[in-house]
Every structure is written in C-alpha cells, then in structure tokens.
Design a protein around this ligand. Sequence first.
Ligand code: DX5
Ligand code: ZN
Length: 216
Amino acid sequence: MKVAPSILAADFAILAADVERVASVADLLHVDCMDGHYVPNLTIGPPVVKSLRKHTDLFLDCHLMVDNPGVLLAAFADAGADGCTIHIELGDPRLLFDEIRALGMRVGLSFEPETPFQAVEPYLADIDLLLVMSVHTGFGGQPFIPEVLEKVRAARAAIDERALPVEIEIDGGIKVDNAHLAVDAGVDILVSGTGIFGADDPAAAARAIKASGAGR
Ligand code: DX5
Ligand code: ZN
C-alpha cells in the first residue's frame, strides 16, 4: 500500500519543512493544482512544483483541477513534475495523454464522485494511474463519500481482468479510521491531506494510513 500526503493541507509558507515531516513515510507527494475555474478554489502550480523539486526526491503526483491543462503541461514537466492527472469531465483526454507522455511524465485520469466508472473505462489501457475522487474536487477536509467504493471495486476488477499496469488512487476524506475501506475495495494509493497534515504527528498518521493495507 502506498500513501500520498496531499500538500493542500500543509502550511504553504513552510512547505519544505512540512514535506520533510512526512518524507520518510510518503511514497508520493500529492500536489493539488486548482485554477479557480474548474473548481472554485485557487492553489498552486508549476512555480511551486519547481521549488518543491529542490527539496524532495519524492514522486510529485500533480492533480490538475484546471479548465485547460494543455497550456500547463510543459511547465509542469519543466518544473519537475513526475505525473499529471487530468479530469475526464473536460472531454476526450487522448491528446492530453499523448502530450503528458511525450513530456516524460506518468499519465493519470480522474473522475468526480458522480461520474460513472464507464466514463473512464475506455481509457484504462492508456493510463498509469486512475484517480477515484471520494469528495468533490475543490477543497480539503470534506467528508468521505462511501458510494465511490463501488467504482473502486469495478475499476479493480477491470484492471485485474485485463492485467493492466494501472494503479488505483483514491483522494478525499481518507483518514486513519476509514482507509481500510478503500484498501478492501482495491486501491493501491491512498491520498490524505487533513488526515495527515491535520494530525499532531503527520508521520505517524501517514504510517497508520499506510498500515491499513498491511498484508494486502
Ligand atoms: C480535493 C483534492 C484532495 C484534497 C484531499 O480537490 O483533490 O487531494 O487535498 O484532502 P483531504 O484528505 O483533506 O480530504
Ligand atoms: Zn487531489
């Protein structure tokens, strides 16, 4: 089981120090990029990824909640992003996938809680990462939506049946006490923001979340 702390819940003014607190436990760092259009919130982009890159060797897993990811992909790659995940709600993602790959990054596809698994299923062979949203994009600290677990199970079955090299990541409302639900449904990577950076001991919280998958 992999854990990906979401830096959305970190203190942006001391970002490197907060990342350092979880670095020994984290498998990836989840970077939520929001443009104020796709979602009603504005966060960070390539300049912050570039700064982070100087402080960590962790995989920088960039979740693009932006209306026009195409104009930003080269900047993310130049900044040192390792993967970019885009949303199916924007329309046919194939050209963007080609661009992400051509820039040397891993390809991710995400879908909102109300978007059915059937919307992403046709693209499973083209991606490295399927990001299942377990809250509506836009803000950290929202409650986990358990209904999305059905989509995780469907994705797990489809990926296993075709033996595809796709990891399933879940994002939103994951905490120490519910991570096992996602693990049981078949996820490979647990994203957690407030569940980690909101804890008194972020490394211990990340370790406990990761341990939900012990033995699986
Ligand atoms: C929401 C973001 C999430 C968010 C998760 O749009 O994609 O990554 O940081 O935060 P928590 O874990 O607090 O729900
Ligand atoms: Zn995210």
